[in-house]
Design a protein around this ligand. Structure first.
Ligand code: NAP
Length: 288
């Protein structure tokens, strides 16, 4: 049971976590802090938070669990305000999609309280943002990755793990480097491809006809290009090295695919498509 939960950034992820914990009776009080008063008022009206704080200090005062759920590029600003107001028993965690950059910022900002910080990332989300998009079941049957460092307090990890398990999530642990490398491949790269494809097509002279004739496949493939641009700018910049590496891999593979098409190598194409189809079919079956 959490006594006071401070959610910094009451959007899709922060709002969904608050909803899930409240619905399951695991929290006594939820205080939210954010950028715009409008979003926080909406969060109070919806019953996602009990009250809106006027500052980070106000939100965090007396809290035993602090969840930082703002875009990765805004985390430094938040972490730098925490130390003077953190309770003795407070645990701090985040939900950022990149871990090395966040962990470095947290280590710098939290100083001697860094041990109370448990880096986290729920592998669940949507292309919609804000508290209106939040929902209580968002994390059910999804994974949450924790990336504790050597200095991370083991008891803090236990508390953050228990919090996420209550939401119905399966919690696993990875190193920061493993997390950033794997997420660059399975999440950040697909977002780049979706944004890149839509942007390329919209700049063509025949873009009106192209979009009019696009069907379900285009819709499925490009869904994530509706994601928040600022959030994705921050993720790209924060994970730029791993993302650049995997983009180069993709470019090499695209070159090989282009060569096969140009030389009319049907066998190569079938072999490649069969391998990809097998892998995706297996992935889908496992997820069901
Ligand atoms: P979101 O719906 O846009 O929510 C972010 C919230 O943070 C908003 O309520 C925003 O307030 C607030 N905020 C932004 N900058 C702030 C600042 N400088 N100070 C205080 N509050 C600030 O975004 P989200 O999708 O929940 O993403 C939040 C975090 O979760 C990101 O770090 C992201 O990488 C991570 N994440 C996202 C997903 C996903 O699929 N969306 C999945 C896993 C993890 P206003 O509403 O007033 O602007």
């Amino acid at each position: 049971m959490i006594r006071k939960l401070a959610i910094i950034g009451v959007g899709l992820i922060g709002g969904s976590l608050a909803r899930a914990l409240r619905e399951r009776g695991q929290v006594q009080e939820i205080v939210g802090f954010g950028r715009s008063l409008g979003n926080l008022q909406k969060a109070v009206e919806l019953g996602v938070i009990d009250s809106a704080a006027v500052s980070v200090a106000d939100a965090v005062h007396g809290a035993d669990m602090v969840v930082v759920a703002v875009p990765v590029g805004s985390m430094e600003d938040i972490f730098s305000q925490l130390v003077p107001v953190l309770s003795e028993d407070a645990v701090v965690t985040d939900v950022g999609s990149v871990k090395r950059a966040v962990v470095d910022v947290a280590r710098r900002s939290l100083g001697s309280r860094f041990g109370a910080f448990v880096p986290g990332h729920p592998i669940a989300g949507a292309e919609h943002s804000g508290v209106l998009a939040s929902r209580e079941q968002l994390f059910e049957k999804h994974r949450v990755i924790l990336t504790p460092e050597a200095e991370t307090d083991a008891a803090a990890v236990v508390r953050v793990r228990a919090m996420w398990q209550v939401t119905g999530a399966e919690v696993m642990t990875l190193s920061v480097e493993q997390h950033d490398e794997i997420l660059a491949a399975c999440s950040h790269l697909p977002h780049m491809l979706a944004y890149g494809l839509v942007d390329m097509l919209v700049r063509r002279d025949d873009h009106r006809a192209t979009f009019e004739l696009a069907a379900g496949g285009f819709r499925d493939f490009t869904r994530i290009a509706s994601s928040d641009p600022v959030m994705w700018r921050d993720i790209c910049l924060a994970n730029r090295e791993a993302l650049a590496r995997v983009l180069q891999d993709f470019r090499d593979n695209l070159d090989a695919l282009t060569d096969a098409i140009v030389r009319g190598d049907g066998d190569w194409l079938v072999k490649t498509f069969e391998r990809a189809k097998r892998a995706r079919d297996t992935y889908i079956k496992r997820e069901e």
